[in-house]
Structure formats: C-alpha cells, structure tokens
Design a protein around this ligand. Structure first.
Ligand SMILES: [Zn+2]
Length: 242
C-alpha cells in the first residue's frame, strides 16, 4: 500500500507544478520564466522555483481590502523583528477574514505559523502544517471565507543577494521585465504555493472561498495575490512604520 500512496503524493505535486507553469503562461508570464531559465540554465522545477516574478506584471485588482488593526499591528511587529540582521528570516503566517456586504475583503485575524524551535531560513521557511490546519478551521468556524497564506521577505544579506537568481540575471533581463532587487519580487515558488494552497482548500471545503497568498516585504509593502477566472490578480497595501 505504501508505494501507491507515495506515487499519489508525487503525482499531485507534479500536477500542481504543471498547473503553476500553465497559470504563469496563460497570464503572459511564460516568456519571463523561459528567459530566466534559459539565461541561468535552470532545468528542473526546483531550480526554476526561485525565478523572480515582478509585481508590476500582475494586474491590480479592483477589489477593496481592509486590514484590521490586529493584522496590521502584527505585520508591523514582524517588520521590526526582521530589521535585525540576525532575525532577517522568512516568517510564515495566516490571515483570515470575510467578504463584507459591500464586497470588501475584511481581514481581521492573523496567526503565526511557526511553533517554538522552528529553524528559520531566509527564503524558504515552510508553514507548520498543524498550525495552518488549525488556523484554517478556526477561520471557517468564525464564518470566514477569505483565507490567506502569508510570509515575509526580509532584506537579504549581501551573501544571500549574491546567491540569488535575481542577482545572477543580466541587467538587460532585469530591466526588460522590471525585476526589482532581491526580496522585492515574488518568486515562482510563491505562485506554486498559491496553486497548492488553493487546491488543498477546495478539496476540503465545499463552499466558495477566496484563497490568497500574501507577501510582507521588508520595505513595508504587503501584496495579496489570488486567482479569479484563471487570472492572477494583486492587491497591494502598505504597512506604516508607526
Ligand atoms: Zn516569497
């Protein structure tokens, strides 16, 4: 029985990788992915997962989004923590909320997704599965229909910068596609996270949900990315420092 189970897990992951690449292509981002992959000889999905996707290439949504004070306060705390070089990590979190009567997305609760003892990484700290499961069911129980899986992008150290895909790309490619400095783009892997989080929630909850990822960047920008009718959309807000 175990080999069957493994085969199923592998095929699900492969499917989501293919879905991610198809989504990028149908949103006009295929050329960017191919150009970066070609320039740096990135072959496998894992190698390509760090390819930067500039936010300017994801259209802005007309939907309004309201951040509750709990959410913005915790985001501000995370920004303060990340400012210290020894704590400049990717921190995973969950934001829950609901669609209000005027079709505004109200995001009101934030749960951190790293238990004590977590080993943090600068660009790949996975959310704790149990904490994520609990955050989702708490949100559902409260009547929430907006589920956001978020993480931080800290300011990279010089070392991290040099090793990153964004830094290795030619100035020409960066200018052509509007790729910003390391940490200020989203990555192909972030879109993969959106695709897989969305498919997991759709399998488990049979009602209409808004599923998003969000990235809190060290400069205070917070970007919410979601899919509507196969189109990638973005809502950008700012967390003020006071
Ligand atoms: Zn990211």
């Amino acid at each position: 029985m175990i080999p069957d189970k493994d085969a199923q897990i592998i095929s699900r992951e492969t499917q989501q990788q293919q879905d991610t690449l198809a989504l990028l292509r149908s949103n006009g981002l295929g050329e960017l992915v191919e150009a970066c992959a070609h320039e740096l000889n990135l072959v496998s999905f894992e190698e390509r997962s760090e390819i930067p996707i500039p936010l300017s290439l994801i259209p802005q949504s007309e939907t309004e989004l309201d951040l509750g004070s709990d959410v913005s306060d915790t985001c501000r705390e995370l920004l303060n923590i990340m400012e210290e070089p020894q704590h400049a990590f990717e921190y995973p979190f969950f934001i829950g909320g609901f669609t209000s009567s005027q079709n505004i997305l109200s995001l009101e609760s934030l749960a951190l997704l790293y238990p004590e003892g977590t080993t943090f990484h600068t660009n790949s700290t996975l959310p704790d599965k149990d904490l994520l499961g609990k955050a989702v069911s708490d949100n559902v129980e409260k009547g929430g229909n907006v589920h956001v899986l978020g993480h931080t992008h800290p300011e990279p150290s010089n070392e991290t910068k040099e090793e990153s895909v964004a830094a290795k790309l030619s100035a020409e490619t960066k200018t052509k596609y509007g790729i910003r400095d390391v940490g200020l783009n989203i990555s192909l892997n972030d879109i993969y996270q959106l695709v897989s989080f969305r498919s997991t929630l759709e399998e488990r909850h049979d009602f209409s949900l808004t599923v998003m990822i969000c990235v809190l960047m060290f400069n205070g920008e917070i970007h919410f990315i979601y899919i509507e009718n196969d189109k990638l959309l973005r809502i950008t807000k700012e967390i003020s420092s006071d």
